[in-house]
Write a protein that binds this ligand. Structure first.
Ligand code: ATP
Ligand code: MG
Length: 761
């Protein structure tokens, strides 16, 4: 009702109100950190429900982590009550894996399909490499995985990929790509990229299914839009095509996932796709002190290709931002530890108010040590996470087999774990049988007599097959926790660790019990009281990112990479390791485009802080097996003037001038992103006159100038150093025209046409 809507909008400032109140038609909010983008999105969803414009089940909100989705759901529930339960909220991966489970039969999978992580994928690829005569010593499974992943993200299929191959590595990868997909299908499994790629194919092949989802989700929301990749962009566009009720929020200055295929151009494309879109700017920062906002502003102003945004705050001036200089990484960690302790005794902050951020996972070790010595409880996000531990992956493989016995990666993982007399030779024989009869390994396991195994081996295989099929027959009906407990008991895993009886083995044993607890908790935990299956548990586990398991109630300091900190906020933030070669990374220092991404990463880091911010660097650091001396980061020297930083003793920070070349314009991925271009492109009526041409594939409508008409999406081109590639997108005109091209050799690249001299092949 009206009162409720009023009250909801009352919690927002006028610009935010406009965004939350504009429920029909496309809306884009591009605004700086802490300006309430996520809050606005949350309120907008609540308004839709309170105003009865939509049933909760008609609302879809896509977030960057599952944790963010849970928070949003909790907040909407706070705002409008239990009614909110039916909303669809989650990451792209979790929402679309749900869709795929419902529609699996339409694309030839069954709904209990397994989700393969990079480990599983590499295991499968290694297996295929032996079969297809690719030497794993010369071409690593990891490099093939990443090549195929890049191709999938760019929507380049096996045939196209093979046509583009032009060197020994990409030829090898091309040979494996189609068999890899076939093997996934045979195993009833999907890799991470498939979770986004298959829905696109599903929607393209079944327009009726697409229609159904377009009607189901009448209101689309995407947070952190700047970090969506191409497939995510395509999915969003397909779903919004009919009703065009799509609201995206993001910040180009916080785009930090280009290395994983995220494409900042999606923001510009939004303007093109929805010329009627309402663009809203938010300028007030509610998160941080004046000093922190000023420092953040100084950081990002080092970038030449960032959209100009105003950010101001009403918050207090706050304490000065402190720069801590340390002698070594050990010393740095101790300073961090001491400072946290001081703050706690002086101002009574909780441990969970503090985050320590770093550029690379390896840096956590020294910080962990210092905190442990100091008795400060902490939580590590990233690194070897719980679900990546060997014993956990082994136990999960058994659970996965029970749900989907065709899951080959899991089968190979545990067929002889714990040892049960099924050695490499036996597996080879099973494999030969499977190849010969064109069946999966699971079928071979069920017919050990047919595979010509020795009597002993056949007996062992039979026992294993028996174990799996017995639980498989119960998997659909038995309660998840009971099934898991019994199965793990019977695998002998627990016994084998008990027998080893070393401290390490006992720790592993503990971890498996912890996993069983998690299953039990999950099985009983559906808010609507419906029992949940093992299959649902496994899906959840496959998709949790580490940030997702950050418990809020736990009072601990958070340790994580800068990447993982996106979207979060903490009273006190430490950004550590500000040294040349580390932050920015050495390879980024050479490349203006990458350097700007590193600077945005620092921007993300410093803008997580609400009240206190500390930057630190060490004059020497243990790296690559050596204590090496280091130079403080250029990013610090860029912060001269305006009294932005203080030393620990309260003194003024003196930057060194002229140490580094100012970062040059460059022609890299941001070639088209000068503020000028932005201003032009955000105004639909400006810019040179263009001709529009529609190219076959649905989403690829492209605008180009006369004279450049040869380079259009879908065309195959040759580049003198990158070899053959396929054009994915073209934007800009004249001197500014640039093409996004997928090259087998290097993946996706953005090139200025004026310089790249691409040849159509
Ligand atoms: P980021 O870019 O880092 O994701 P954001 O733009 O999404 O930031 P939010 O996390 O939504 O920002 O908001 C930052 C903080 O400011 C939150 O604690 C939020 O509750 C608060 N906030 C935002 N808008 C308002 C408002 N109008 N009144 C009070 N608090 C607000
Ligand atoms: Mg946010």
């Amino acid at each position: 009702d009206d009162g409720a809507v009023e009250a909801l909008l009352g919690g927002l400032n006028p610009a935010q109100q406009e965004a939350a109140g504009t429920t029909e038609g496309p809306v884009m909010i591009i605004a700086g950190p802490g300006s309430g983008k996520t809050r606005t999105l949350t309120h907008r969803v609540a308004v839709l429900i309170a105003a009865k414009k939509a049933w909760p089940s008609q609302i879809l909100a896509l977030t960057f982590t599952n944790k963010a989705a849970r928070e949003m759901r909790a907040r909407v529930t706070d705002l409008v009550g239990d009614e909110a339960k039916g909303m669809w909220m989650g990451t792209f991966h979790s929402v679309f894996s749900r869709v795929l489970r419902r529609e699996a039969d339409k694309i030839g999978f069954s709904r209990n399909f397994t989700i393969y992580d990079s480990d599983d994928t590499e295991r499968l690829l290694k297996e295929l490499m032996t079969r297809y005569g690719v030497d794993p010593k010369r071409v690593t499974p990891r490099s093939v995985r990443s090549a195929i992943s890049g191709a999938k993200n760019a929507q380049v299929g096996p045939d196209e990929y093979a046509r583009l191959a032009g060197d020994p590595f990409t030829e090898a990868a091309a040979r494996l790509y189609a068999p890899y997909n076939a093997a996934l299908r045979q195993a009833n499994a999907m890799d991470f990229d498939d979770l986004l790629g298959w829905p696109i194919r599903l929607f393209e092949q079944h327009p009726d299914v697409l229609k159904e989802y377009q009607r189901r989700w009448r209101y689309l929301h995407i947070d952190e839009y700047q970090d969506t990749n191409r497939t995510q962009y395509v999915l969003a566009k397909l779903l919004a095509a009919e009703h065009r009720n799509i609201c995206v929020v993001g910040d180009d200055a916080q785009s930090i996932y280009a290395f994983r295929g995220a494409d900042i151009q999606n923001i510009l494309s939004f303007q093109k796709d929805y010329p009627e879109a309402k663009t809203i700017r938010l300028e007030q920062n509610y998160r941080s002190t004046q000093r922190i906002v000023r420092l953040a502003d100084a950081v990002i102003s080092g970038n030449t290709k960032q959209l100009d945004k105003t950010l101001w705050t009403d918050n207090s001036e706050g304490d000065p931002v402190i720069l801590m200089e340390a002698l070594s990484e050990r010393d740095e960690a101790q300073k961090v530890e001491r400072t946290i302790r001081d703050l706690r005794s002086r101002s009574g902050i909780g441990w969970s108010d503090v985050a320590v951020l770093y550029r690379t996972n390896a840096q956590s070790r020294s910080i962990e040590e210092a905190l442990r010595r100091g008795g400060i409880p902490y939580r590590l996000v990233g690194g070897v996470s719980f679900y990546q531990r060997k014993e956990i992956k082994d136990a999960l493989a058994y659970l996965r087999l029970a749900v989907n016995p065709s899951d080959e990666a899991s089968l190979l993982r545990v067929v002889n774990t714990p040892t049960r007399g099924i050695g490499g030779k036996t597996v080879d024989q099973l494999r030969a049988y499977a190849t010969e009869h064109r069946v999966g390994l699971w079928q071979a396991v069920q017919d050990p007599g047919g595979a010509g195994l020795s009597a002993r081996a056949a007996k062992a295989v039979e026992g294993f097959g028996f174990l799996v099929s017995r639980f498989a027959s119960k998997a659909q009906t038995a309660p998840a926790d009971e099934l898991a407990r019994e199965l793990i008991q019977e695998t002998g895993l627990l016994q084998s660790y008990r027998d080893q009886n070393t401290p390490e083995a006992l720790a592993r044993l503990e971890n498996i019990h912890e996993l069983l607890n998690a299953v039990a908790e999950f099985a009983g935990g559906d808010p609507s009281g419906e029992p949940r299956t093992l299959s649902e548990f496994l899906q959840e586990v496959s998709l949790v990112a580490d940030v997702d398991r950050l418990g809020d109630d736990d009072n601990r300091v958070t340790l994580m990479t800068l990447h993982a900190s996106k979207g979060l906020e903490f009273k006190v933030v430490f950004v550590t390791g500000l040294e040349e070669g580390l932050f920015p990374l050495a390879k980024a220092a050479q490349d203006p485009t990458e350097l700007e991404e590193e600077r945005r990463l620092l921007y993300v880091g410093v803008t997580r802080a609400e009240e206190a911010l500390y930057l630190s660097y060490a004059r020497s650091r243990y790296r690559y097996g050596d204590q090496q001396s280091s130079v403080r980061s250029r990013f610090l020297d860029e912060l001269d003037g305006d009294d932005l930083l203080r030393t620990e003793s309260g003194g003024r920070f003196e930057a060194r001038a002229g140490r580094f070349e100012p970062s040059a314009g460059g022609t890299g991925g941001y070639g088209d992103m000068s503020p000028d271009y932005w201003k032009r492109s955000l105004r639909p009526d400006s810019g040179p006159k263009r001709k529009t041409k529609r190219v076959a594939s649905g989403e690829r409508e492209v605008v180009y100038d006369e004279g450049e008409s040869a380079i259009v999406p879908g065309v195959r081109v040759h580049h003198r150093s990158f070899g053959n590639g396929k054009v994915l997108a073209v934007e800009g005109a004249g001197e500014r025209a640039a093409a996004t091209v997928f090259f087998n050799s290097v993946g996706q690249k953005k090139l200025k046409l004026a310089f790249a001299r691409l040849q159509v092949v």
